[in-house]
Design a protein around this ligand. Structure first.
Ligand code: ADP
Length: 492
């Protein structure tokens, strides 16, 4: 059996339905939805959509878990359950990688090298935090002449609605589930309708790991139906969302009713700045990976490539060579380095931006067309001689399209980098230490890396500002974001 057939068989065998209060729900008043393979354009499976009653039940069961055994469980025991979950995920990593490739259309090495190891590491990292959430003892000036014992404790924020995007649903799901469970919260996960399959597998693992019913509920469904019901549910205490700024705004508006906190990660138009003193071959490899990895469907994609004028022509050639070497194809074919985009809408959106780039006068130095084959493919594309005012430099394309802009000096590089509606990530390519440290502080981005990409590591906080959203996931910041801080004072 080919690996593709193995993956297709796995997808057909999955419980394609909501997982609520520890049970799989096969009956819904909502219409099921089809999950389409982006490479063959064929339906992989039909999934039962979570209806209003299931959303209610999921949120309620989250509260039941918090009021029951889960709420009383000590951190060390929660940590053990998270370790068990991590082990089970590691054991099934190959199945997850196959299904993620099939569902998202990404080449097999990506989930094997990035998504799955990162997801496992995230569960392990937060398993270790579950018994280390401490407060502070704080001296005061006393109360009416008496001294006090004042201290803070961190409590779980409650039921967390986690809404994930289709580009890396397992890894981003882990980013939201693991810290919330470590903090003692319950989670209602709404996976993306375009790629929900591995999230259903996460529900299977939660059941196997032995989490009490209601601790992790998974509600497959469309954004406008299930997602909308979830974000407007009064029983949801916090919303953690990764997706587009447009949907992020809908989420923030819904959360404002009741002043429920949100963590919003909404993408970017991240600059990669290549200085004349950079090691050019390594920089070209890194820049190409930064713009083309995962078909460019990455919130942190380094899609604005700013290059020092002294090296501009040479560097454009180096990048164009790398784009030409990309092998588009079936993620299950040996040698494929770029798969298909998620759906026809996304392919057409990318094609529209490529057209705009041409109309606005940028020069295509690689790609620029749509391959003549089935599947939602577009060629990796690079525009040179672009300006930062062009649409292709301002708007997030979420596809394999890079816009190369020249600059004359450091001041201009920073001015161009920061002239953006987004502030998520940035990379600097330079061998000058002083320049690296000085400019890393000046560039508007939640994560800056020098001479490489910021490693996706659960220990490092992740998130941005401006249209890129607010709040941080991962690291201690991501854990604290799933807690409420309470101050307790005893008058002695
Ligand atoms: P895209 O348009 O690229 O699919 P979105 O930001 O719309 O990106 O999707 C990210 C996630 O948000 C998905 O899980 C999607 O189902 C969900 N979503 C979309 N619209 C809404 C909405 N109105 N309310 C809640 N969730 C939504």
């Amino acid at each position: 059996m080919s690996q593709r057939s193995v993956a297709e068989a796995l997808a057909r065998k999955l419980p394609a339905m909501p997982f609520v209060a520890g049970h799989w729900q096969s009956h819904s008043s909502a219409q099921p939805f089809d999950v389409v393979d982006p490479v063959t354009e064929q339906t992989l499976t039909a999934v039962v959509e979570a209806d209003a009653a299931m959303v209610d039940r999921a949120v309620e069961s989250g509260h039941d878990a918090l009021d029951g055994e889960w709420g009383r469980m000590d951190g060390a025991t929660r940590g053990e359950l998270l370790h068990t979950f991590a082990r089970l995920l590691e054991e099934r990593a190959e199945d997850f990688a196959n299904v993620e490739s099939l569902d998202v259309g990404k080449p097999g090495f990506e989930p094997r090298v990035i998504d799955l190891p990162q997801a496992v590491a995230t569960f392990r990292h937060y398993a270790g935090w579950a018994d280390k959430l401490t407060g502070q003892t704080i001296p005061t000036s006393g109360y009416m002449g008496r001294s006090t014992l004042s201290y803070t404790v961190r409590q779980p924020i409650g039921v967390v609605a986690a809404i994930t995007p289709w580009n890396s649903p397992t890894m981003i799901g882990a980013w939201k589930i693991a810290p919330a469970l470590a903090a003692g919260c319950a989670v209602v996960l709404k996976p993306p309708e375009d790629a929900p399959l591995t999230s259903l597998m996460l529900a299977e693992l939660a059941e196997q790991a032995g989490f009490p019913a209601g601790v992790l509920n998974v509600l497959p469904g469309r954004g406008v139906t299930t997602g909308n019901l979830l974000i407007n549910h009064a029983g949801v205490d916090k919303i953690s969302f990764t997706g587009s700024p447009e949907t992020g705004q809908i989420v923030a508006t819904a959360a404002a009713k009741g002043f429920r906190p949100t963590t919003l990660e909404l993408g970017g138009k991240s600059p990669q700045i290549v200085f004349a003193d950079a090691g050019l071959t390594a920089a070209a490899d890194g820049v190409a990976a930064g713009v083309f990895a995962n078909q460019g469907e990455v919130c942190a994609a380094g899609s604005r490539i700013l290059v020092a004028r002294d090296i501009y022509d040479d560097f454009v050639d180096l990048l164009a060579e790398r784009a030409a070497k990309v092998v588009l194809g079936d993620p299950f074919d040996e040698g494929t380095t770029m798969g298909a985009l998620i759906n026809a809408r996304q392919r057409d959106r990318v094609a529209h931006y490529v057209e705009r780039g041409r109309e606005e006068g940028a020069r295509v130095v690689a790609g620029g067309s749509r391959p003549d084959r089935a599947g939602f493919f577009v060629e990796p594309t690079l525009f040179a001689d672009a300006s930062n005012t062009m649409t292709i430099a301002r708007e997030e394309i979420f596809g394999p399209v890079g816009t190369i802009i020249p600059f004359d000096d450091d001041e201009q590089a920073i001015a161009i980098a920061n002239d953006s509606d987004y502030a998520l990530a940035a990379t600097l390519w330079t061998t000058d230490l002083s320049r690296a440290h000085t400019l890393a502080r000046r560039v508007d981005a939640g994560a800056v890396a020098v001479n490489g990409w910021s490693p996706l590591d659960p220990r490092l906080p992740w998130g941005g500002w401006k249209l890129s959203g607010h709040g941080r996931e991962l690291g201690l910041a991501g854990l604290e974001a799933d807690t409420e801080l309470k101050t307790i004072t005893i008058v002695l």
